[in-house]
Every structure is written in C-alpha cells, then in structure tokens.
Design a protein around this ligand. Structure first.
Ligand code: HEM
Length: 510
C-alpha cells in the first residue's frame, strides 16, 4: 500500500513537472518571438468556461440550428477584432479575417501550415489519404494525379456539359410553378462529376435512369456532414463519436459505389494478366482511368477518387444555387444579365466567350463574396510561427503562434469587412466589381477559392460552368421570381454551406 501511494506521488510530481516545463518553454518561445518579430499578445474571446470553451461550442450549435451558424464568427470578429483567440471544445484556436494573415497562411509561410494532423486521422475512414487530407509528399502526389482534370481541354469541354444542362432545363416547370432549384443543381453536378471521374454519368436528371439518386445523395450528404462534425470536434472526435455508427453506414454506401467503378477501371490491368501501357490512347477523358495508369492499388484509387468526388459533386452546385438565390431577389441584376445574354446573339457558347461576359462575372463575384460556398479555411501550425497581424492594442502587431495551434480563416468576415469593402459591405451590389482597386479576384481580401499552392484546382472549371449555366437559363427563361417567403439567407452545412431554405423560384419561359 505504502509503495502504491509513493508511486502515485511520483507520477503526480512528474505530471506537474511536465506541465511546468511546457509552460516555461512556451514562455521562453513567446519571449524570443516577441524580441525577434515584435510579437504582442492576441485579443481573446471571453470564454465563460475558460478550460474547454464549452460555452462557445454550445452557442455555435444553437446558432447552427437556427441557420445562423456561419455568421456567428463574422459577428464575433466585428466585436473582438480581425484576429482573436478562442476556445470551443478544446485548446485555444485562432480565428482571423485579416488579408495579411490570409496571405501568410496560404502563401508566404505555406510550409509552416498544414491540414494533416487535423484532417488525416479523423477523416481517414471515409477519405483515406489524398489531396484534401494530407500534407507533404502525399499531398503533392495526389495533386499531381489530379492535374490532367484541370488542363485547358477538359475545362473547356462545354459540349459535354450541355448534355446535362439540357436535362436540367427540361426539369424546370414551364408553367411558372414554384420550383426549388438547389436540389436540381445538386443532381446536375452529381451527373457531371460522375461522368468526368468515372466515365459514365449516374443520370440523376434522367427520369429513365435506374440509379437510386435520392438514396445515394442522402448517404453522400450524411457522409459529408459526419466529416464536418469530426473536423469541428477535433481531438475529441474519437470519444464524442465512439458509439455513432451512422457516419460509417453513410460512407460505406459511397465506398461501395466508388469500389465498383475502381474494379471496372482495373479490369484491363488484370484481365489475362495483361496490363495497359501508359501510352494507350483514349478519346474521352476519364479521371479514374488516368489515375489507374499511375497506381493499381484499389484502396489508393478509392481514396484518390473520393478526394476529388467530394468537392466536384457539391461545391459548384452550392455556388450556382447562391447566384440564383441572389438574382431572384435582385431583378435589376437579372435584367442586366438578360441584356448581356441578348448581346451574345447566335455566337457559339465557347469557353473563351464565357470568360468575356462581364455582367455575369460581376454577379458571380458578388455572390461568392457574400456567400462563399466553403466559408472557413482551417489550418494547423506545423511549427512555431508568426502571423503578421493581430497583436497588441492596435491588433496590427505580429502574433506568435505555437506549433499545434489551429487557425481558421473566416471568409464571411473577410468578405464583408467594412474597412475593406465599405459601409455597404453586406449589400449585394455587383457594380462594386467595376472598381479597378478590387483588381479582380487576385487580391487577398477576396478568397472564395483560397490562394497559394493549395488553392482550389477546380476554380476555372467551376466559374466557367456557372457562367455557362447562367447563360443557358437566361436563354430559356425571361422571367425569374422569388417564391421564398423568407428573404434572408439562412445557412446549413458543415464544410460547404448552402441555403437552408433552398432556392424557391418561378421561371417564365422566353
Ligand atoms: C464554386 C465552386 C468551388 C469553390 C467556391 C471552391 C472552394 C475551395 C476552397 C476555399 C478550397 C480550399 C479549402 C481548404 O484548403 O481548406 C478548395 C480546395 C479544393 N477544391 Fe474547390 N471549390 C469549388 C469547386 C471545386 C471543384 C469543381 C473541384 C473539382 C472538380 C474542386 C476541387 C478542390 C480540391 C481537390 C481542393 C483541395 C486542394 C488542395 O488542398 O490542394 N473544387 N476549394
């Protein structure tokens, strides 16, 4: 008994000593950074429960239920400054909406920031190793495997896109009956993404298709939501979701679908023991077949493909839904777009033409400013580092960031910052994009696709497809009317955020 008490005493002393050591070494690192870079303390959110920040995580959940979740931090930024630290169910994190910090995380100090410790482990059961979940050589290889998808020829293939757009247009009622466009857009991008990734569309917009699209979409949405919940829970995820089997059930449906396609893609490599040579020519671009030339490991292929299927299926659908949501509430912008489309005349709707449509571009920019489809970019400090802004009373001094700290770039707060965008920052005004000072999308105050080496590779594809869709909708319909009794934007989602009430409109045929 005496030995036992002694042992507990020694362990307790060691634990306290390790805490003291951690505290002292952190203080020394802080002091060094302050001396070298002029770092000053960061402002803090006043957590009422300061150990784990359960008060803030409760507030986040309540606001999310009301459809105001994504806007909570935007409001907190207005109150506590452009960069502040907070606790929400875990250790201290940093939230920022400062363009200088955005540039540092994305580009200037790219190597100091990563995703792997936060995404890799918790998301492995669903996404494995790929471009979304890893850093370093795994990320580099995965990004290289995707490169052929985004070359000019593939992105410019609007003829193939038109086949799916025509199916979508056929589904829109021609008698001005109210329709929710959001689920139709989701189906459209399920069809287009399955076509370019697997070589055959599931045809969810085709009434004759036997594919169980609603069940598959439900499972995919549940798998994506489970993914977002685990990201939010961070280190506590394995404990909080220990008994939750719904995520596993949902992603298994997605895995089963992908695995069948992987088997098909690997057939030529296994039939009669023959493998395909790298130089084989193929007419139609199929991402999975391209990847199968580089790796024949079925699990690797499943993961590589899923890491692109996830964003390709969902984010552009949210983007075009938000554009239509705004247009239905701004008849002047709808009319300006109609004028631009009328001026196209009978010119073919090519990739080059889409890039020239200025009114469409301003409308899309303004929508993505107010409703960035992926509104929070999360990174973790891979080493002790410094953010250039956010410290001291002025909040303009550099801030020391210890290794292992999570930082969130809040695009809502960045895109509606009154000092950057003016007092009318919350209003939909596409004409503000005529201002040359905004210098298009490259400035760090506007980052819907993020920037630096990890910027969204699908940016051009998404923008060209959304422009094309807008043109085709305007060609088919002269009138657009909002039918949603709720005028404000309520948001639902996790990693991507969509309109909670969909996009309920009526359209009048041209
Ligand atoms: C309106 C449409 C889209 C928006 C607003 C958007 C936005 C973003 C953002 C903000 C990121 C950075 C996320 C982060 O690092 O935390 C990202 C990354 C990514 N996006 Fe997109 N995206 C869109 C469409 C697409 C499409 C169509 C694809 C594929 C076909 C795609 C594929 C990816 C991939 C693979 C990454 C990860 C890149 C990496 O980490 O290296 N996205 N996207």
């Amino acid at each position: 008994m005496y030995h036992y008490v002694e042992l507990v005493g020694i362990l307790a002393a060691l634990y306290i000593a390790s805490l003291v050591y951690k505290f002292v070494s952190l203080r020394i690192r802080y002091a060094k950074a302050a001396q070298q870079h002029g770092c000053k303390p960061i402002s803090r959110y006043p957590n009422r429960e300061p150990f784990m920040g359960t008060d803030l995580s409760r507030l986040m959940k309540e606001e999310a239920k009301r459809g105001r979740g994504p806007f909570l931090f935007m409001n907190l930024h207005r109150k506590y400054g452009d960069t502040f630290s907070f606790k929400a169910q875990g250790p201290a994190q940093i939230s920022t909406c400062d363009p200088k910090n955005a540039q540092t995380i994305a580009s200037t100090k790219f190597g100091d920031w990563g995703v792997q410790p936060i995404r890799g482990e918790p998301l492995a059961p669903f996404l494995g190793r790929g471009v979304l979940t890893h850093d370093g050589p795994i990320w580099k290889r995965s990004r290289a495997l995707l490169r052929p998808t985004f070359n000019r020829t593939e992105v410019a293939d609007l003829e193939n896109f038109e086949t799916h757009v025509s199916s979508l247009l056929r589904m829109i009622p021609k008698d001005r009956e109210t329709v929710d466009l959001q689920p139709l857009f989701k189906n459209l991008f399920l069809d287009t993404s399955t076509e370019f990734i697997f070589g055959r569309s599931v045809g969810s917009l085709d009434p004759a298709s036997s594919f169980p699209a609603p069940e598959f979409m439900k499972a995919f949405d549940a798998a994506s939501m489970g993914f977002a919940q685990r990201l939010k829970a961070g280190a506590l995820a394995p404990i909080l979701f220990y008994f939750d089997k719904t995520w596993e059930q949902a992603y298994t449906v997605v895995h089963n679908f992908v695995d069948k396609e992987v088997q098909r893609a690997l057939l030529p490599f296994t039939t009669n023991g023959q493998t395909k040579s790298k130089g084989d020519h193929k007419e139609k671009f199929i991402l999975l077949d391209q990847m199968a030339r580089e790796t024949q490991d079925p699990l690797d292929l499943r993961h590589q493909v899923l890491n692109i299927f996830l964003p390709a299926r969902g984010v552009t659908a949210v983007g075009i839904s938000n554009v239509m949501w705004e247009l239905a509430r701004h008849p002047d912008s709808w009319e300006a777009l109609r004028e631009e489309v009328r001026n196209i005349g009978d010119q073919p709707l090519t990739f080059e033409l889409m890039l020239k449509l200025k009114v469409a571009k301003k409308i899309i920019n303004e929508t993505f400013r107010l409703h960035p489809p992926a509104p929070v970019v999360t990174r973790i400090a891979l080493k002790d580092t410094v953010l250039p802004s956010g410290g001291g009373h002025s909040q303009k001094s550099p801030v020391f960031v210890p290794k292992g700290t999570t930082a969130l770039l809040n695009l809502y707060a960045l895109h509606t910052h009154p000092e950057l965008w003016g007092e009318d920052a919350n209003e939909f005004k596409p004409e503000r994009w005529a201002d040359s000072k905004l210098s298009g999308e490259s400035s760090w105050q506007y980052q819907p696709f993020f920037g630096g080496p990890r910027m969204c590779p699908g940016q051009q594809m998404a923008l060209v497809q959304i422009t094309y869709l807008l043109v085709r909708i305007v060609q088919e319909f002269k009138g657009l009317e909002n039918k949603d009794p709720v005028n404000d934007y309520y948001a639902v989602g996790g990693v991507t955020v969509a309109s909670m009430h969909g996009v309920k409109v009526s359209l009048t045929p041209a």
